[in-house]
Design a protein around this ligand. Structure first.
Ligand code: PLP
Length: 241
């Protein structure tokens, strides 16, 4: 990995090469899992990365970008207004940020309570298509992490399914940092089972947002349809927050 965040001009060639590598890894993992080679999409996680890098990725065909910080994302949206991008919010959602999220993003992966879902629904502009959303599940009961606990998932999902300005697409999770690949595999498989349960109950979910730079292959083997990839594309972020 190269340190790209410090120099005044980031090496955009390297970044697009990394994207091609990640595409290859994703396709190979899909084929290995007996899935179609376009069955999962890459979300480029661009938090703390420059709009120059994002524009280079756009020219290489990347359309979906994930951001965790609202103000940073909105600034980038203005700078990249001319590009036809899909913006995904993947950070913790504070109540006082729901309006700006509802007004600016195409997707939100991190809904974990009905109060937030209702606010996003009420604040989604009437001319905009429904906000595409996933429920974040806190599978390992980590107190510092967002996400609904499993026993509350069902009520939350049915609550969201009744909100007309939101379209519930599926589930999202972030395994604990400490989890090894085997433990991650079990958590991803469990998330898939929870999603299938929602489908059985009549909620038409089709999305599993799981897998990051270090575990995308495992996630794809267990059904991921969106992998959220930061460092494997952009290199290290300037500073962990
Ligand atoms: C930062 C972030 C990622 C990207 O992680 P990498 O390990 O850099 O690929 C994925 N998902 C979420 C929710 C993130 O905050």
């Amino acid at each position: 990995m190269h340190s790209i965040a410090n120099g005044p001009r980031q090496n955009v060639t390297q970044i697009t090469d990394h994207l091609y590598e990640v595409r290859k890894r994703v396709r190979a993992a899909l084929v290995a899992a007996g899935r179609k080679p376009d069955d999962a999409r890459i979300l480029a996680v661009s938090k703390q990365q420059s709009t120059d890098s994002m524009e280079a990725l756009f020219r290489a065909g990347q359309r979906d970008f994930g951001e965790s910080y609202v103000q940073e994302a909105v600034g980038k949206m203005e700078a990249l207004e001319a590009l036809d991008l899909q913006w995904h919010f993947i950070g913790h959602i504070q109540s006082n940020k729901t309006r700006i999220i509802a007004e600016h993003f195409n997707w939100v992966h991190t809904i974990d309570r009905l109060k937030i879902a209702r606010r996003l629904n009420d604040q989604r502009p009437s001319h905009a298509p429904p906000l595409q959303v996933c429920v974040q599940v806190n599978q390992a009961h980590e107190p510092q992490k967002s996400g609904v606990a499993e026993p509350e998932l069902n009520d939350l999902a049915h609550g969201i399914a009744g909100l007309p300005a939101l379209e519930l697409r599926g589930l999202m999770a972030i395994p604990p940092l400490s989890a090894d690949l085997e433990e991650r595999a079990a958590l991803f498989e469990r998330l898939r089972a929870l999603n299938e349960q929602l489908a059985v109950e009549g909620i038409p979910v089709d999305t599993l947002s799981m897998g990051m730079s270090s575990d995308m292959e495992v996630a794809i083997a267990h059904g991921a349809t969106i992998v959220r990839i930061g460092t494997a594309i952009f290199g290290p972020r300037a500073q962990p927050r």
